[in-house]
Design a protein around this ligand. Sequence first.
Ligand SMILES: Cc1ncc(COP(=O)(O)O)c(C=O)c1O
Length: 408
Amino acid sequence: MRFPSHGTPRDEVLARMRERKEADARWHEGRTFSLVYPAGPEVDEVLADAAGLYLYENALNPFRFPSLRRMEEDVVAMTADLLHAPEGFGGAMTSGGTESILLAVKVARDRARAERGVTRPRLLAPVSAHPAFAKAAAYLQLEHDQIPLGDDLRADVDAAADLLTDDTALLVGSAPGYPHGMLDPIADLAGLAAERGVAFHVDCCVGGFLLPFVERLGYELPPFDFRVPGVTSMSADVHKYGYALKGASVVLHRRRDWWFEHQVFLYDRWPGGLYGSGAMAGARPAAPIAAAWAVMTFLGEPGYLELTARLLDATRRFREGIDAIPGLHVLGDPVASVLAFGSDTLDVMAVGDVMDDRGWHLDRQHGPDALHLMVSPAHDAVVDTFLADLRDAVAHHGESRGIEARYS
Ligand SMILES: Cc1ncc(COP(=O)(O)O)c(C=O)c1O
């Protein structure tokens, strides 16, 4: 497309966008299982109103917009409270899980260099860790070592002990991991790291606003947050199970000086005055910060408990329904609302193709082949339709359009 040589009337601009949007996934009908985390029309309204109030501001300069600075500090503090960060922690809001992870890796790398003289830093993360860690290793020049998973699909602690070296800058565990929804053995991994003076990050991007409420609902979970002494940093995405708009995550460090020395950037060697920022971006949108603050304040603990109970119930129904279909089984024993299912006898990718034809969007996984579900509260209305379609897809997957394409 060339740059437009003339303007277009507003109505036509919007009509064209609406037309293009027709082809997008129908997330509000519960047809997608990640990417969007719908929490219902009431929450949607709060998000839209909050974002509308802050469409134009810029979070780069906290002194121009004190209301924004205050909300950002509140979001970081509320997240730290939820994850039991100790007195004297440091942290910031970022644009998402990937930025939070990049920053945690950077802080660990720079600490390893400053405190232990590590000049060829390595990153040690489970195979199931999010690709953001591989990206961080590539961007920030760390060697990336992968911990294999045990039969239970959690990071293998003995293998981690063998792979940990004096050059390891950061060891990682997920709470839970994206592919199978499993909670890595956080206390064991953190203990290993602490023994060797290595930093340990808990990727709680998915679990940050989920596991604390699962625990408060009375389910027993092994400790996964700053209550574990060796945990040095955590990431938690408000734009996932915090139900905020995209563009909102929090990275936390056990100690404020780690954040201040290795993450905060201050610069005055240019004519434009003192430039400072607490995370990677320069100019930053205000709407995700405002929406994050608004939804956390609006829902409070009772709201999150109610939504978590709803999605756990929906997950239980999905799990029982999937396990009851001959040939299919849920992989491992997922800790909350993220899971994958596969088969020893059926071509699950072909089952996924039939589900696609019926308007469901299931991510494909491999090693082993599996289909992925990330349940949100809105899914409680579609469990039965989904399971009926899945039963049918299993019965007819040999006839799917996709199978020919894949095997031809
Ligand atoms: C466990 C986990 N960590 C990190 C991320 C990265 O988050 P983002 O996509 O917000 O960058 C994701 C995304 O799904 C995730 O599931």
